[in-house]
Write a protein that binds this ligand. Structure first.
Ligand SMILES: [Zn+2]
Length: 235
């Protein structure tokens, strides 16, 4: 019965190692780092896109205003050449209006050009950020796939170990199994260990030789614990 505990301990140790390996997979750390970078990149992309939209709206506003001024100037010119107006003074005043409207329009077009240059720089920034975000997304996808694959392999091994462990556990009496689990919990995973000479193979520390002798001479099935780590000692 006590030897079964050692087999159980071997399975539990294997399960603990698999769990630890699964928790510490470098693929997961790499994926988290790429996801963080991607988050930052998407934030920057969102900001640049919003700035680009603001500037594009400003550009459109200048364009609309310039167009409307040109329409007004053309309308005044139509009146001038329609023959309705004959007074030279009035014609002169209309020409002055046209000149003033066109000057204003050219001023707006100059400003539109400046805004267009800013918008084009932002177009390039948005496109570059989009390209980098796309690369990071692809990298995250690749890492997620690799992580899933390794996790799947470990889960498969874990299932095999667990089922072997449960089969063994079913053959150990409930009281002894409780004792073993309790020790495992206290002694960082070691519930039972071989007593080798005076040395506990769980913590690799020695117990007094009188105590080791007493354990060896006890009737089979007597449960004794290591003074150092507390695990069940199997002579
Ligand atoms: Zn010990």
């Amino acid at each position: 019965m006590l030897d079964t505990l050692l087999e159980l301990q071997t399975r539990d140790t294997a399960i603990d190692r698999l769990r630890h390996r699964r928790d510490a997979l470098p693929e997961r750390a790499a994926l988290e780092s790429v996801q963080t970078e991607l988050g930052t990149m998407q934030q920057q992309l969102g900001d640049a896109t919003a700035r680009r939209e603001d500037v594009a709206r400003e550009e459109q506003r200048f364009d609309d205003e310039a167009r409307s001024l040109e329409e007004k100037a053309a309308e005044v010119e139509r009146r001038m050449y329609s023959g309705e107006v004959t007074s030279p003074r009035e014609l002169q005043a209309l020409q002055a209006d046209v000149d003033q409207l066109r000057r204003h329009r050219r001023g707006l077009e100059d400003r539109e050009l400046e805004v267009m240059e800013r918008r084009e720089a932002l177009d390039a920034e948005v496109s570059e950020l989009g390209r980098r975000a796309g690369e990071l997304e692809a990298e995250a996808g690749r890492l997620a796939g690799a992580l899933g694959e390794v996790e799947g392999e470990i889960d498969g091994e874990m299932a095999v170990e667990r089922s072997a462990r449960d089969e063994l556990a079913a053959t150990v009496g409930a009281g002894l199994l409780d004792d073993y689990e309790h020790c495992r919990h206290r002694a960082r995973g070691m519930g039972a260990a071989r007593l080798n000479g005076n040395t506990c193979q769980g913590c690799h520390l020695s117990i007094p030789s009188v105590e080791a002798e007493r354990i060896r001479k006890s009737p089979p099935g007597t449960v004794a614990h290591c003074d150092n780590c507390g695990c069940i000692l199997v002579p």
